[in-house]
Design a protein around this ligand. Structure first.
Ligand code: NOJ
Length: 532
């Protein structure tokens, strides 16, 4: 386990929209380099950059055309290596996005694979044995190739599935996981990883990590075996490199596949969703629900059922227990696939929410712009974003042209910047000591200063009653114990925690507490406290 993960806080960058330095309307590597100081100052010491490789961008770069060459719009491979170096000089690690499950239909491997001759790449993708015979139970494409066969898709139409084999092949055209062609795919992906790791990359966020072996069993034993092999390569040759999976099943990802971290993603009804989002609870129409634990309204009696912290804990605690000492669960403010949290929570609610999110165990992530409460923008789809597009708009830096994102004319921008006159910007947020930005910055500073708040610190629930407030927990490590108390509601609430605190490290809103063996907390509306 790379030791640096213990105190890592990641910042996710969607490179298209972070900072454009050459005036073409799209973000670039020099732009990321320019803003490393900003990221460090916020308190993040690691980056995850969404796919930045050569691509036709039908899925924002998750359709890779060349794994070893960056997209010209972001700069050159040399620029990316310079980014690794400059980030390292500032104590920031850099994870790239690895897309192992599929390539672009324009990848040269696929182009070769489409031919009718039996070339080196004939088995790199999943092809059936008939021009009209599909892949049972999976999406497939017919009629696009000289080869008289159909190929399987992994996501969009532009993303043919790479061939890692089937767990139990049924048809003659299905490879087994130990077939030479499936093994060659694994080796090709390892080669891609080594290529970037050798140049200073610190690891990978792995796209659709559970999608490799087809018709895998419930325990994903075929896919897990591949990742265990890859993890062995890292342990042997790159022990400092980190892997985080897009899986959202930490028992399998951390416990069986050997990932260091696994995202707790926003899946309807799971713990993360119930804690922080839950905005589609009312019939899936996209309106904010009153159940989300951090929504002030969620705690009023006129809501259709009250927000309940137990619903989060019932999902989270077993996952945490099952993965103890195996790896880390990663909480996110949002990501490029999810609506920004500002969509359903206002700034006051977000302050309480972030105090919680960034004091939980594991390795947390901040999505660019969430530190200033950037808003989800209703926009038409761009680069395969669909309703994800609204979370991918340009970072709002300041009061300048295009809010400091780019010097290009507005019509040239990758996506429009937030047009509202009160659009939050980093400049305004940094100048306001009471801003969401400063709340997050203070919480992250405390996290870095106290091991108890970091990845490995124990998590112990002190007060969490069904549909009641406050929610109070302790984080502990090496004899230090820190208490986090949260009241997201509009009412003042009291709670007893049965143990003593002596000092207040941080507070949002109006908070008081009594000294003594059994601390009584008095938490004003929408407040949070970190006590020691
Ligand atoms: C998950 C990525 O996060 C998403 O943006 C992408 O569209 C799909 N995987 C397909 O690669």
């Amino acid at each position: 386990m790379p030791a640096w993960l213990k105190d890592a806080v990641f910042y996710e960058i969607y490179p298209q929209s972070f900072r454009d330095t050459n005036g073409d309307g799209i973000g670039d590597f020099p732009g990321i380099i320019e803003k490393l100081g900003y990221i460090r100052e916020l308190g993040c010491n690691a980056l995850w950059i969404n796919p930045c490789y050569d691509s036709p961008f039908k899925d924002a770069g998750y359709d890779v055309r060349d794994y070893k060459k960056v997209a010209a719009r972001y700069g050159t491979n040399e620029d990316l290596v310079r980014l690794f170096k400059e980030a390292h000089a500032m104590g920031i690690r850099v994870l790239l996005d690895l897309v192992p499950g599929h390539t672009s239909e324009e990848h040269p491997w696929f182009r070769e694979s489409q031919k009718s001759d039996d070339n080196e790449y004939a088995g790199r993708y999943i092809w059936t044995d008939g021009w009209l015979a599909g892949t049972p139970g999976h999406p497939y494409i017919a009629g696009e190739s000289i080869r008289p066969a159909c190929y399987m898709l992994n996501f969009f139409k532009c993303q043919p599935a790479l061939n890692y084999g089937f767990l139990h092949p049924v048809y003659g055209w299905q490879s087994s996981t130990d077939s030479p062609e499936a093994q060659a795919t694994v080796e090709a992906m390892k080669d891609v990883m080594r290529f970037w790791l050798d140049q200073g990359c610190d690891g990978f966020r792995v796209d659709m990590a559970d999608s490799l072996v087809k018709d895998d069993d419930e325990r994903k034993s075929g896919t897990c075996a591949i990742w265990r092999g890859i993890r062995a390569m890292l342990d042997r040759d790159y022990p400092e490199a980190a892997l985080i999976s897009e899986w959202s099943n930490p028992e399998l990802s951390l416990g069986s596949a050997g990932f260091h971290m696994d995202f707790y993603l926003d899946h309807r009804g799971n713990g993360y969703n119930l804690l922080f989002r839950d905005y589609e609870n009312h019939g899936g129409d996209g309106t904010a629900s009153d159940h989300s634990f951090f929504r002030e309204k969620g705690h009023t009696t006129d809501a259709n059922g009250k927000a309940d912290i137990r619903r989060f804990l019932d999902d989270y605690l077993p996952k945490l227990a099952a993965t103890k000492d195996r790896g880390y669960i990663s909480f996110i403010s949002c990501n490029h696939d999810t609506r920004r949290p500002r969509w359903s929570l206002d700034e006051r609610e977000l302050k309480v929410a972030y105090t919680c999110l960034y004091t939980l165990p594991g390795v947390p992530f901040v999505y660019y712009g969430d530190e200033i409460g950037m808003r989800y923008q209703p926009l038409p789809t761009h680069e395969g974003g669909y309703d994800r597009t609204g979370s991918r708009t340009p970072m709002q830096w300041g009061s300048g042209k295009n809010l400091g994102f780019s010097d290009a004319d507005a019509g040239l921008l990758y996506l429009p910047v937030d047009p509202s006159p009160d659009a939050p910007t980093a400049e305004k947020a940094m100048a306001d000591a009471d801003s969401l930005y400063h709340t997050l910055k203070r919480v992250l500073a405390l996290r870095h200063a106290h091991k108890a708040l970091q990845a490995d610190g124990e998590f112990r629930v002190l007060v969490a009653e069904k549909e009641q407030l406050p929610f109070v927990y302790a984080r502990e490590e090496g004899g230090e114990r820190i208490v986090v108390a949260l009241n997201p509601s509009a009412d003042r609430v009291q709670g007893e925690i049965g143990e003593a605190v002596t000092n207040q490290l941080f507070a949002v809103g109006d908070v008081s507490w009594t000294a003594g063996d059994n601390t009584t907390l008095d938490l004003g509306p929408q407040s949070a406290a970190i006590l020691i």
